[in-house]
Design a protein. Structure first.
Length: 257
């Protein structure tokens, strides 16, 4: 038996689910978005119209803001503002000519202080010197009491330092006998020797090298001496005494004879 299909009345709602095509659904969504945008635009326009239409609140806010700013300005410390305004030019990098000219002075002063001072130089010692500077001559080279006085006698208080007349090597240091007492002989080179007699104390030893002006002993009266003095001789070869006066003058030393 064949069942009859139900007859759908026009007033009966259609409960059958309808699936719209994708193109129609996308178009509907775009329309919804456009409608919402239009409503939002209308709403903003209404707000703008409402704000424009009400003229009193806006001036009131502006007037209050201007009044508060005016009060703040009246309360401000104008002296502080003026001082800061005046201090602004000093912060600029431009310097005055006087400051520019004065700035190198500390540098020059520091450079002058940092500059090393020249060392004091002493005059070089001459090759030949006076064996007892400032002494008085008590006897020169020549005949005395019938015999040859073969040197120059120089007198100062006992113990006065005796100095080497020139650089050389000590060949004898001690009692030279023959009345000379404590004596020092120095070989000064070129065949010349110097002899220093009657010393109270000898300050060098045989073989020692000495410089011109170096202390070799001290004045005394040892040997045949009537008082403290230095008996100074120049030998051209051992025991070949020559006059010390012209020889020393030739080497820049005047012994006073």
């Amino acid at each position: 038996m064949q069942e009859d299909s139900p007859v759908q009345n026009e007033n009966t709602p259609d409960t059958t689910t309808r699936i719209e095509p994708p193109q129609r659904a996308g178009r509907r969504n775009r329309l919804v978005v456009l409608a919402a945008a239009a409503l939002v635009a209308l709403g903003l326009g209404g707000v703008a119209v409402a704000t424009t239409g009400n003229n009193r609140p806006a001036p009131t806010a502006v007037s209050l803001d201007a009044q508060s700013r005016a009060e703040a300005v009246s309360r401000a410390d104008r002296s502080a503002r003026e001082s800061s305004t005046l201090a602004t030019p000093s912060a600029s990098p431009t310097t005055s000519p006087s400051a520019a000219s004065a700035s190198p002075t500390p540098t020059k002063t520091a450079a002058a202080k940092a500059k090393p001072k020249p060392k004091k130089t002493t005059k070089p010692t001459p090759a030949w010197v006076d064996p007892m500077p400032g002494a008085s001559v008590t006897s020169c080279y020549g005949q005395r009491w019938g015999t040859l006085h073969a040197g120059i006698d120089l007198a100062l208080p006992s113990g006065t330092p005796i100095r080497a007349a020139a650089a050389g090597t000590v060949t004898q240091a001690g009692d030279a006998s023959d009345g000379y007492g404590n004596s020092v002989f120095i070989d000064n080179g070129n065949g010349y020797l110097t002899h220093y007699a009657h010393q109270s104390r000898i300050a060098v030893t045989v073989g020692q090298k000495v410089k011109a002006g170096q202390v070799i002993g001290y004045e005394g009266a040892t040997g045949d001496a009537t008082g403290p003095h230095l008996h100074f001789e120049v030998h051209q070869g051992m025991w070949n005494q020559i006059d010390p006066a012209p020889f020393m003058r030739a080497h820049g030393v005047d012994l006073g004879c």
